[in-house]
Design a binder for this molecule. Structure first.
Ligand code: SF4
Length: 112
């Protein structure tokens, strides 16, 4: 890890999730296709790669759970509200790394 702190995607004025109700990105996993709307929004986001790159260390550290971030479902908390299990965090991080690898180039400028 280089120690570089990537900008939080919520600082990107052109993010596709701007103005979208938060519950779209925290869907009920009990509903079929609950993730579909968030995933579709992320797929068209100009900040997809930057968002995924930001999320990798966040999910590995246990700071992301439940949400759909960069089109990837974040793992649930364990019982008692503890950080998601390590294996699930690593699985989500791998999925995010694949998003970084395959998405359009990362844009970091313009964060404000
Ligand atoms: S990739 Fe998805 S969660 Fe990330 S900034 Fe874009 S729309 Fe929001």
């Amino acid at each position: 890890m280089s120690g570089t702190v990537l900008p939080d995607p919520t600082t990107f004025p052109d993010r596709a999730c701007r103005g979208v109700p938060l519950d779209v990105f925290f869907p009920s996993r009990r509903k079929p296709d609950a993730d579909a709307r968030a995933k579709a929004i992320c797929a068209g986001c100009p900040r997809l790669a930057a968002c995924a790159a930001w999320a990798i260390p966040e999910v590995l550290a246990g700071r992301l759970s439940y949400s759909i971030t960069a089109g990837v479902p974040m793992p649930p908390l364990t019982g008692g509200g503890v950080s998601p299990r390590k294996a699930l965090r690593e699985e989500a991080a791998a999925a995010l790394a694949e998003v970084v690898r395959t998405a359009r180039p990362i844009r970091l400028e313009g964060a404000a």
